[in-house]
Design a protein around this ligand. Structure first.
Ligand code: FES
Length: 771
């Protein structure tokens, strides 16, 4: 292992003539360091040498998030054709063995170039959509339950051997439409296949591996022949056989044979490894495990965080087809790349506090474990569903499970990784179902697709409920486990679930952003409220536990601003007070204008006066002073920003008064959407072309763009789904957008480079998106 910062050793030269650094020379993807923890092993490279040439492997190794995503995005310059090429070429003896079985593994979805790949992907993808996957869920649940029941009274189990190999294999077989009777044979074959493709078998092992792979090949062919007898049976292979009739030139015999074999490995092994990695990670973080046991709604996001932090696919390979620059290094055509997705998933440039395991991380599903773009894993939502069901079963029936003492070993290979064994133990006398058989009946709903931000809640304890003005109470909240709370930026809000009312309300944080020990919100009792504020005022008391989401920052202070005017009306002071405090801390020139009907009804007046002195102007209606918005914004000035929060009529007046000011001067916080319900009678359908994925998706008049994308297996995050929060934003490359959100400013709308998929649509017939 190299010393970080150590300088190049000139013994080895990369193909471009540059000396290879010590770290690069020492890089060994088959050694224990990489096998145990690839992101940690490559930390030095992410920090100092994000692309390097490995003389040992003959590959360029790429380690950062943006570069790897860009490589996935351009599958013409960076061909996937070597994705399954043997890292260690087999010798003549093993090759002869493979030939004796008629082994003719062809290109599959994983390693096929354009123009062949996308037409095949398009005709074979339908069974992977969330809608088509739904009916597999009961089968996954039943299998999982049966396997856990086999060992639940033993007090100790190797989860890999006793469950995680067999259940995903059976699910894969069902999905593919393969009969179950050959499971054991297949299990051995698929291990051999991994070693054959990604590992470094010794010469004497190569022959044994070649026999197993040859048998696997012949077996897959026989099963496919069986399926041809009954092509209407359920299963992806049968779907492929039916598609073959419609598109014989696209779906060929040899293609189906290769897909059959590759599909078994892809669907089974990656999920088994991913779950073993996830369980290991969760049990190594007992706080996170306990939280999942207490709140299963966290499971979908925990699955994403496990896939990010310690996924089962560590790296992919690509071949450079024309001279290209990656991380500033010019690579010639013919260069081979090892793109280490597991390293990208720990890149702090994309994931805040990237090494932290945080089951509430709100961009966890940005991980590259499933790849990205045209070659993204088609089975990702099947894997997600299985992992959710496994975790749900384990957390409910074995919450007292812990890791046993053990050394973890991995099948040595560069790409697929998971522990060969995972020993866990527990006291069967404490099994919850012994006390309460109802435990078996409960089950949390599975979310097919990427997790919704709605599900990521955080339990907080109410430390104090303090009246801060007439009709306004301040809640002081702290983490239920006493730990520090995440940092927030001025203007951020949280979502509070209002007990049994089923309501969720957004409140701006109004305390000191630097205080990680507690959060504060202030809530006005609104007579016309739909129940949220009435619940806070009537029910919440110190010691209560609240479920909270966020913080989210969609109303952000531009910290490089030269001069800022803050305008708050009534309870709108909450985000504005945090922003003004921040502006003061940064030394920005600012003024704070605060209006209300009566002094008694205005929160924090004394505190604000003490903090801001003459920079604060109060406009108190019953004391005869009103804010003259026209006068305040009478003369347009460059480099001034106006931040406002308050009643709609105040915001409208500011909007009108600022019309002659430079674009984007006025920035406002919205808490309610003006979006109505989607009325199909008033909408027109359109299509979206997805440049990175190579797909064209129709959007019906009765569908949002977000719904259409998800139905086609494209991951887009969302939160409010009302055009308020900005989390569903995508980049627009072509086509005019009918913007309906309140997130983008006027200038941003006019630029037409971004849109919110939950509400905005196409003006015309087609949009092209960078997805
Ligand atoms: Fe909030 Fe679309 S999900 S703006």
């Amino acid at each position: 292992m190299s010393t970080p910062g150590a300088c190049p050793v000139a013994d080895d030269l990369a193909p471009n003539g540059c000396p290879v650094s010590a770290g690069a020379a020492a890089f060994d993807p088959f050694g224990d360091g990489y096998q145990q923890d690839p992101p940690e092993y490559l930390r030095w490279a992410r920090e100092q040498e994000p692309i390097f040439y490995s003389p040992q492997l003959g590959y360029w190794v790429v380690t950062r998030y943006d570069a790897i995503k860009a490589i996935f995005r351009d599958n013409i310059t960076f061909s996937p054709s070597i994705a399954l090429e043997k890292i260690t070429p087999t010798g003549p003896e093993a090759n002869a063995v493979l030939a004796s079985y008629g082994y003719a593994m062809n290109r599959t979805l994983v390693n096929e170039d354009e123009p062949a790949h996308m037409p095949r992907r398009r005709v074979l993808m339908e069974p992977f959509t969330p809608e088509a996957l739904k009916h597999h869920e009961p089968m996954v649940r039943q299998l999982t339950r049966e396997y856990v029941s086999r060992f639940i009274d033993h007090g100790r189990a190797d989860l890999v051997d006793e469950m995680l190999w067999e259940v995903p294999l059976t699910v894969a077989l069902h999905f593919l439409g393969v009969p179950e009777e050959d499971m054991d044979t297949l299990r051995q074959y698929s291990i051999a296949h991994t070693v054959n493709t990604w590992g470094r078998p010794k010469p004497q092992e190569q022959v044994a591996v070649a026999h197993a792979v040859g048998n696997f090949w012949q077996f897959a062919g026989k099963v496919l022949d069986k399926m041809r007898q009954d092509p209407d049976a359920p299963g992806w292979m049968q779907y492929g056989l039916r598609q073959q009739k419609l598109h014989p030139e696209v779906v060929t015999d040899s293609y189906l044979h290769s897909m059959m074999m590759a599909g078994i490995v892809a669907a089974h092994e990656t999920t088994a490894n991913a779950t073993a990695n996830a369980m290991k990670l969760l049990l190594q973080h007992p706080d996170a495990w306990r939280e999942l046991c207490e709140d299963p709604s966290l499971i979908p996001n925990a699955v994403e965080e496990c896939l990010r932090h310690n996924g089962s696919v560590a790296a992919w390979r690509r071949l450079v087809t024309q001279e290209a620059v990656v991380e500033g290094v010019t690579l010639p055509a013919g260069a081979k790349l090892l793109i280490v997705t597991s390293s990208a998933n720990h890149d702090p440039r994309h994931f805040g506090d990237a090494d932290l395991f945080d089951i509430r991380r709100d961009n966890a599903s940005d991980h590259l474990t499933f790849g990205y773009g045209a070659h993204q894993c088609m089975g990702k939502n099947l894997a997600r569903m299985e992992m959710q069901v496994f975790l749900e079963e384990f957390t409910r029936r074995l919450p007292h499970m812990r890791l046993a003492e053990q050394q973890f070993s991995y099948v040595p290979n560069t790409s697929f990784r998971g522990p060969e064994h995972l020993w866990v133990e527990w006291d069967p006398a404490l099994n919850p179902e012994r006390r309460d058989p109802q435990v078996l009946a409960a089950q949390a709903p599975v979310r097919i697709g990427e997790p919704s931000a709605h599900a990521i809640t955080r339990p907080l304890v109410v430390q104090a409920v303090t009246p801060v003005a007439q009709g306004v109470v301040q809640l002081t909240l702290a983490a239920a486990d006493g730990k520090p709370l995440p940092r927030w930026s001025a203007g951020a809000h949280i979502d509070v679930s209002c007990g049994d009312t089923g309501l969720s309300r957004q409140y701006s944080l109004c305390g000191d952003p630097a205080d990680a020990g507690r959060w504060q919100i202030a809530v006005l009792r609104e007579p016309a409220s739909r129940g949220g504020s009435a619940w806070v005022h009537g029910q919440v008391k110190p010691g209560d536990r609240l479920q909270v989401r966020g913080p989210r920052s969609h109303f952000r202070l531009d910290e490089s601003a030269r001069r800022v005017v803050f305008v708050a009306g009534g309870i709108g002071i909450t985000p504005i007070s945090a922003m003004a405090r921040r502006a003061q801390a940064l030394g920005i020139d600012y003024q704070l204008h605060y209006c209300g009907r009566s002094r008694a009804g205005m929160a924090y007046v004394a505190e604000l006066q003490a903090l801001h002195g003459p920079r604060l102007q109060l406009y108190i209606g019953d004391e005869g002073r009103r804010l003259d918005v026209q006068a305040l914004l009478a003369t347009p000035e460059p480099d001034v920003q106006v931040y406002a929060c308050g009643p709609q009529r105040l915001l409208d007046a500011l909007e009108a008064a600022s019309s002659a000011w430079p674009d984007d001067t006025l920035r406002v916080e919205h808490f309610s959407s003006t979006l109505g319900v989607l009325d199909p009678a008033k909408e027109h359908g359109f299509e979206v072309a997805l440049k990175d994925s190579g797909l064209v998706i129709p959007v019906r008049p009765d569908q949002t763009l977000l719904q259409a994308l998800r139905a086609a297996n494209v991951d887009v995050q969302s939160d409010c789904e009302e055009g308020l929060c900005g989390s569903c934003e995508v980049r627009v490359l072509e086509g005019a957008v009918d913007h309906r959100d309140v997130v983008l400013t006027r200038a941003e709308r006019e630029a037409n480079t971004r849109m919110m998929t939950c509400c905005s649509r196409a003006c015309g017939e087609r949009l092209t998106l960078a997805l």
